[in-house]
Each structure stands twice: as structure tokens, then as C-alpha cells.
Design a protein around this ligand. Sequence first.
Ligand SMILES: CC(C)(COP(=O)(O)OP(=O)(O)OC[C@H]1O[C@@H](n2cnc3c(N)ncnc32)[C@H](O)[C@@H]1OP(=O)(O)O)[C@@H](O)C(=O)NCCC(=O)NCCS
Length: 182
Amino acid sequence: MNTEGTNVWPVRLTTDRLSIREPSERDRPALIELITADRARDYLGGAVGFASRQALELSPLGLTWGRWVIAATSADGVEDHTDDAPADRMLGIVTLSYDREELELTYALLPNCVGFGYAAEACHAVLDWAAENLPDEHVIAVTASRNKRSVALLKRLGFTTRKGLTEFGEQCLLMERPLALD
Ligand SMILES: CC(C)(COP(=O)(O)OP(=O)(O)OC[C@H]1O[C@@H](n2cnc3c(N)ncnc32)[C@H](O)[C@@H]1OP(=O)(O)O)[C@@H](O)C(=O)NCCC(=O)NCCS
């Protein structure tokens, strides 16, 4: 199975408030915070262990197809609870992959960036780009059933439930939508 949807990488997208770009060195502390936070244990299939954390601390960033950082386009345009926040700071991540042998969308925001519509804005941009550039007819997403914000986001993006499944001992929903919406 091809693990890259296009030969071109990085792909950079912009929206009204966001720059969606490959990760860079300056994002490393925020990326480590995102995947090691307690919340990751709740919703991302378990916080990473020591070895994985070491790997992330040492690995080069920005090279993997489909792994984007969601960043602020300007210091002023973005509201969050961070004082003196610099422009282009990382707000979260959005990812396309073929790990399940179908095009799959994942996303996560830093805790202080939840509740401003950033995940929806970034996912719309990535899915619009994918609809224009990838041959796939459907895109899937897997979320814990009890992750209300994630389920609500997927419904707003037009996903419906294909089936339930259990992952990491957690009840999950595998949701899908046509890649191109009419
Ligand atoms: C899942 C997750 C990304 C959802 O984040 P989110 O901010 O709720 O999602 P959206 O980007 O769609 O934002 C919607 C919220 O922003 C609010 N909002 C504020 N300004 C907005 C704007 N300009 N446009 C749209 N929504 C706006 C909406 O009212 C809504 O808030 P509410 O639900 O409290 O009413 C986030 O909870 C998260 O990172 N969770 C942990 C990681 C995770 O669970 N990932 C999924 C694993 S599968």
C-alpha cells in the first residue's frame, strides 16, 4: 500500500486564520506537549512512553507526508488563552495517512486552543485539498465514542458512522464521508 498520497511534500495551505504547514524545529516542544499530555491518554490511544518520547525528541520533523501543523497566521488574528503568543505558533496538528489502508483524517489541538473553530477550519482546508489532489473516493476517521468534541467535529465535517469498533479497550466509531462533497 502506498503510504504517500502525492509525490509532492511539503504542501502548505492557508485559511482566514490559519497556516497549515509541515512541522519545524520550533514546534517540537508543542508537539511533545500534545502527545504526552494526560488528554492524549484519554483520546489518542495512550500517552507515549519514554522510548517514543525520546524518538520524537530526536527525530527530524517535517519529512512525513500528510503530517501538518496547524499554526496561527498572525499573533493578533488568533484568540486563545496564551499571552504574548508569537505569530506562526503551533495550535495543533492535522494528519492524512493510509495507516488503515484507506485515507484517514486525524487531528488534535493544544488544550488552550480548543473551542475556537480551528480544528474545523484546518480539516476543511485539508479535505478540500485532498479532494482536488488525491484519487480516493472516501475519507475515514476513528474516534472514541465518548469524545464528544471529536464526534461533533466529524459530524459538522459531513462524516457518518460506518461501524463501531474497540481500540485500546475503548469503544470507538469508524466514521466516513465521500472525499468530494457536492
Ligand atoms: C477534537 C478537537 C480537535 C475538537 O476541537 P474543537 O475546538 O471543539 O473543534 P472545532 O474546531 O470544530 O471548534 C468548534 C468549537 O469552536 C467554537 N467556535 C468559536 N469560534 C468559532 C469560529 N469562528 N468558527 C467555528 N467555531 C467556532 C464553536 O462554537 C465550538 O465550540 P463549542 O462546541 O464549545 O460550541 C479537540 O477537542 C481536541 O484536540 N481533542 C483532543 C484530541 C482528540 O480528541 N483528537 C481526536 C482523536 S480521533
